[in-house]
Design a protein around this ligand. Sequence first.
Ligand code: TEU
Ligand code: CA
Length: 555
Amino acid sequence: MDKTWWKEAVVYQIYPRSFMDSNGDGIGDIQGIISRLDYLKYLGIDVIWLSPVYQSPNDDNGYDISDYQAIMDEFGTMEDFDELLEKAHGRGIRIVMDLVVNHTSDEHKWFIESRKSMNNPYRDYYIWRKGKDSQTPPNNWGACFGGSAWQYDEETAMYYLHLFSRKQPDLNWDNPNVRKEIFDMMTWWCDKGIDGFRMDVISMISKTSEMPDGEVNGLYGDFGPFCVHGPNVHKYLQEMNEKVLSKYDIMTVGETAGVTPEQAKLYAGENAHELNMVFQFEHVESDGKYGKWTDQKMPLTTLKKIMSHWQTELYDKAWNSLFWDNHDQPRAVSRFGDDRPQYREISAKMLATCLHMLQGTPYIYQGEELGMTNYPFKNPGDFRDIESINAYQEWCVDGPIPHDAFWPCLTFKSRDNARTPVQWDDSAQAGFTAGTPWIAVNPNYKEINAKAETANPDSVFHYYKKLIALRKQNPIMVYGKYEALLEDCEELFAYTRTYQNEKLLIVCSFCDHETVFTIPEEFLDMPCLISNTGQEYDRKEITLEAYEAFVLHKK
Ligand code: TEU
Ligand code: CA
């Protein structure tokens, strides 16, 4: 397995709208990111994955792009971006951009042209179909953000496909002109010196030509079998690799919801000539009571089975990406850990240990290094995210689900949990803005903030900093072979990593009570690489306190 910088890196995801506001308008921006580069350098991360900063009407907070080669007014200017790139590189930090090319905004010039007439040169940049009539779409597919996946357009009396919001029309990747435009745009960004792409819903860019009704699940049919891992997806990614990616020393990660390890080897196999790695979502997209909406945590044995499967299936064949959360998911410590005050910090450190000791490139979502938690939403007006707003409307207002039944599920899984402002200090608005933030700051910012944590050597922040430093000192953390232990245990996630003549033992308690663990013979009296309690592991029978995690290192 060849060694590369993106296999050894730790990636930090920035959601610009919520990271840092520099001009008091309550919206994070690029100058705000620049002002926090020293904080990121101190943490020790190697790569920033920058969620979209391109021109956008913000129907989906920048994942609806109206100009791929201009910066969103609210975030600043292209000069600001160039300054960010230069100052990040000056600190040895690479910048990976978010590439959103399954769809554009409906305010993109291509779509404005496409909808004008049937014979407009841009007509086939998008996916248009005749409906059965102006009230009946071409099929029963549902969009991810609610409603039909088809929008009727008066001008030409046809429907266009949008798998997300109606302001996010899907591009027609079967059109070679679309592919050329995208590849030229990607080349333009690579020539600016960026260091790679995170590719939004890249597994959806190829659709089947036939578009029949899907299996009904709730109010609409499922588009999955016709739009995910479609017939030409690998052909188009190989073309992208040949025409753009292969020409630069860059990192690529595909967002491939619904991907299996077998498919992941096609997208990101060591010799696949497509992408370097993919995000799998088996551990975060568990079905809930109401589609994705649930207030239930995943049983530990289920989580371990999923993580182990990916660790063993991809080993030596493809590269894993590792994450607990991102801008679409609830906060890790609330979902996988325990955000009650007495357990928040120790369980956040346990989760960090569990993830960063696995095989693959770890991703830290902004604020995860502080142990930031879900937000205490009180009413639907607290939400900003189109997905959450539409879900409440569809399930509760228009639909039959009582508020009291749906509310715990919506507030537990809402993407807005991850989009509240980063908590920098205990001053007003947590030091995120001098103005009124676009979304409320979590009231626990007085206890949970970067200023307090960077000053406290026992903080979650310093624990992440130590894990990142250990990765640089120990190749076994990057390249070691994973083996699961105690697979049926509902309380402990334990595994080993083996590399040349070294071995690591990783033991993480996912429960809120004491447990016991017997140290295997070969690890007795071996040094402790890191622990979230600091106890000695110098005997065979260890009693672990709630959410305790430790790593022993056999050299
Ligand atoms: O997310 C795609 C996606 O699958 C998400 O909609 C996810 O399934 C859901 O939000 C969580 O259950 C990408 C981006 O990460 C997301 O922010 C965008 O809204 C979406 O694509 C459309 O661009
Ligand atoms: Ca701002």
